[in-house]
Every structure is written in structure tokens, then in C-alpha cells.
Ligand binder design. Structure first.
Ligand code: ARG
Ligand code: ZN
Length: 253
């Protein structure tokens, strides 16, 4: 299914005690991301027969940066001690060292991921291509979404989902309550709103996809529990590849 794309990633850990996220947890998060973007996740067995033909292996892989923005040796993990106890989703202080956060590394060369404490139980958020200043381009995730944490969002899938947005994927239901919204993807069924929890291996229909096979609640771009989101489709793979080539080509060099 094509050649593998490699993207350098830097994790900025911005916490009052940044050491509470260990290197091993960062590695586990990176492994989760790479497994999902290789389509090698073991729980893809949860994809029902009727959606299996659309399951893709995006062949996008992420590797910790080995040089930092100043071209010095690095492990790709940037720990910053902050006095700010939590950030909100539009709190750009997170992305500036001078304001208690961590500066992005050149977004043309690195995929920037901020791991922090987000308030109001936010899980994460991402910028779309060309949507934000270069210094703010990237993904932010709640530190408790890393693998090994308790709860239904503690398996590292938030970064899988947010990275989909970073590559210009929209939510599978098209971000409106109704059937007119679109995710600009042809092989995901029309879906009225988000799915939460975990429906498991049954047909689930809604007003926009009223007959079997129904909606694809197993998709990484829905809102189900980490244990229940298990796939990108072929067209989502194509859209991510196109996005990288059109908007983020320098990440590949
Ligand atoms: N609410 C966030 C967003 O819209 C993240 C949702 C992640 N879901 C999960 N099961 N980890 O981008
Ligand atoms: Zn989202």
C-alpha cells in the first residue's frame, strides 16, 4: 500500500512537574500512534465484516526528533516546568516559552505535540493546515490521555485522533447535528452526530444512515472510547497523504 512516510515529532511536556510524564510513557504514546497509523492495531479485529474493506494502513510513521530546532542532539522530548496549573483549548500561552509554555520547534521540520494539563476535562485539540500561526501549529493533549492511565480515554488514542485533524481530517459526523454536514470523505457513512461510549460489534443506524451497515462508530475520528475507535478508511488515508504533500511536505525531508 505505498511507501512509508516518516515524520519527526517533538513532545513538549509542559506541567508544574514535567517529570511526572516519564520517557517510557512518551515512548508508549509514540508506539500507540505508530501502531494505529500503520494499521497494525490488534483491536482492528473489532472492525465488523461490512467495514473491513474500507480499513486502511496509512503508512505514516513518527520518530522522535534526534536534533532539536537549533540542530543540537536531542531525544525529541522537551520538558518545561510551568507555574500554570492548567490550560484551556484556546490558551496559546501553552505554545510560548515567554508565557509559561514551550515554544514550538520549526513547524516545517517537526510535528509539535504539547502534553499538558488541560482544564474542563478537555482531551486534546489540533490545528488544521494553514489555520494558525506557525508558532502554534500542532497538537495539544491532556497528559492523562497517555497510555497506561485509568479511564476510557487513558489508552493513547486521543493523539491518534488529534493527529488526524493535524492531517486535515474532520470529525466523521461532519461537525453538525444533521445530515447536511460532511467530513469530505467518501467512504465513511453519513452520520448525524458523534457517538460516545462503546457500542461494540453491532450495526448502529441513525437518521443519516438509517439502514445497515449504518454508521462507522469504529472510526478514529468519532468520539467513542479509546478501546472502541480502531480504524481509518482508505479515503481518510488518501486525504492525509494529500495533506502532507500539499501543506506539510517539508516534514518529510
Ligand atoms: N474531543 C477531542 C477532539 O474533538 C478528542 C476526542 C478524543 N477521543 C478519544 N476517545 N480519545 O479533538
Ligand atoms: Zn476531534
Amino acid at each position: 500500500e505505498g511507501t512509508t512516510i516518516y515524520i519527526p515529532v517533538v513532545f513538549h511536556i509542559v506541567l508544574q512537574n514535567p517529570n511526572q510524564v516519564t520517557d517510557a510513557q512518551v515512548q508508549a504514546q509514540l508506539d500507540r500512534l505508530n501502531t494505529d497509523y500503520a494499521g497494525l492495531n490488534g483491536d482492528s479485529t473489532l472492525i465488523p465484516a461490512w467495514f473491513k474493506p474500507f480499513f486502511s494502513k496509512p503508512n505514516i510513521q513518527f520518530k522522535l526528533a534526534q536534533r532539536n530546532a537549533n540542530d543540537e542532539t536531542s531525544d525529541g522530548i522537551d520538558r518545561v516546568t510551568t507555574s500554570i496549573s492548567s490550560f484551556t483549548i484556546d490558551d496559546n500561552r501553552l505554545k510560548y516559552t515567554s508565557q509559561g509554555g514551550a515554544d514550538a520547534w520549526d513547524h516545517n521540520r517537526f510535528f509539535n505535540v504539547w502534553i499538558t494539563q488541560l482544564g474542563n476535562q478537555y482531551l486534546g485539540y489540533s490545528t488544521f493546515p494553514n489555520s494558525s500561526p506557525a508558532a502554534e501549529d500542532g497538537v495539544a493533549i491532556q497528559y492523562t490521555t497517555l497510555p497506561g492511565n485509568p479511564g476510557v480515554y487513558g489508552k493513547g488514542r486521543t493523539l491518534t485522533h488529534e493527529t488526524g485533524h493535524f492531517f486535515y481530517l474532520y470529525h466523521i459526523w461532519g461537525d453538525e447535528n444533521g445530515c447536511a454536514g460532511t467530513d469530505f470523505i467518501d467512504d465513511t457513512p453519513n452520520q448525524g452526530t458523534w457517538t460516545s461510549g462503546c457500542l461494540r460489534d453491532t450495526v448502529h443506524t441513525d437518521a443519516c444512515s438509517p439502514v445497515a451497515p449504518g454508521i462507522m462508530y469504529q472510526n478514529f475520528m468519532d468520539y467513542t472510547d479509546d478501546a472502541c475507535m480502531v480504524m481509518f478508511t482508505l479515503d481518510q488515508k488518501t486525504r492525509m497523504e494529500t495533506t502532507i504533500n500539499m501543506y506539510r511536505p517539508t516534514l518529510l525531508t
